[in-house]
Design a protein around this ligand. Structure first.
Ligand SMILES: Cc1cc2nc3c(=O)[nH]c(=O)nc-3n(C[C@H](O)[C@H](O)[C@H](O)COP(=O)(O)OP(=O)(O)OC[C@H]3O[C@@H](n4cnc5c(N)ncnc54)[C@H](O)[C@@H]3O)c2cc1C
Length: 210
């Protein structure tokens, strides 16, 4: 068991939970979280850098979910079981396009904080404008390679609609390697779109959350 250092609601219903980092991991990997033996662990992308002192995860409360409502009730000092890191959705130094929806931004934030952001373009799609997690850091580090899409409202300076809009708007050549993280239907839809644009299937990595 590990002690929680913080569990902060960074946007309505979305929390950043941190523990002390005691292990090495690769940017993009996941950990399994559990509170007791009654419930199987749930998987979460690590949402902090490989050199950060804390190991964090970003999660949203699934109202009828078994774990996340309980996670949201935890405070500093409470105990949580955290597995060894694992997973194959791993960032590299090669140029790539990163595509995320919602909390699917987590592995990319880990990659960014681990020094892999310099030759990457990020597309982040959310429903509401207050869900662009870490947007200040993204803006600072990626500049015009950071593209935001908001489907539920149309704030100024942010594209209205889903991440798919990016591909309608740009005919520029795409990087050879593409990472997609989020909901299954989005991943499949974007993957098919990329294949139609000539990206080899083997160069498209997907991390499906649910
Ligand atoms: C590889 C991997 C990485 C993941 N990383 C993250 C992460 O970084 N952050 C994160 O928030 N979640 C992540 N998830 C999802 C996470 O593991 C849990 O499924 C989620 O937190 C819900 O857990 P729960 O126990 O509250 O709900 P459960 O009791 O497990 O959920 C009940 C049902 O709701 C569905 N569901 C789960 N999440 C959502 C959702 N957000 N919206 C709609 N339906 C949903 C499930 O498929 C299930 O059918 C990841 C999943 C995988 C497989």
């Amino acid at each position: 068991m590990q002690k929680i250092l913080s569990n902060t609601e960074i946007s309505p219903g979305v929390f950043l939970l941190s523990i002390k980092r005691q292990v090495e991991f690769l940017p993009g990997q996941t950990v399994k979280l559990s509170l007791d033996n009654d419930l199987p662990p749930r998987i979460y992308s690590i949402c902090s850098g490989t050199g950060d002192a804390q190991l964090s995860v970003l999660y949203n409360i699934k109202k009828d979910g078994a774990l996340t409502p309980r996670l949201a009730g935890l405070s500093r000092g409470d105990a949580i079981r955290v597995s060894e890191p694992g997973g194959t959705f791993i960032g590299t130094a090669e140029p790539a396009l990163w595509i995320a929806t919602g909390t699917g931004i987590a592995p990319f934030y880990s990659m960014l904080r681990s020094g892999l952001g310099h030759n990457k373009t990020l597309l982040h799609g959310v429903r509401y404008a207050n869900q662009f997690y870490f947007h200040t850091e993204w803006e600072q580090q990626l500049g015009d390679r950071y593209h935001r899409f908001c489907s539920g409202e149309g704030p100024e300076g942010i594209a209205h609609g889903r991440v798919n809009r990016f591909f309608e708007q740009t005919r520029d050549p795409l990087p050879d390697r593409v990472y997609i993280c989020g909901q299954a239907t989005m991943c499949v839809e974007i993957r098919d779109l990329l294949i139609a644009r000539g990206i080899p299937f083997g160069n498209i990595l997907c991390e499906i959350y649910f």
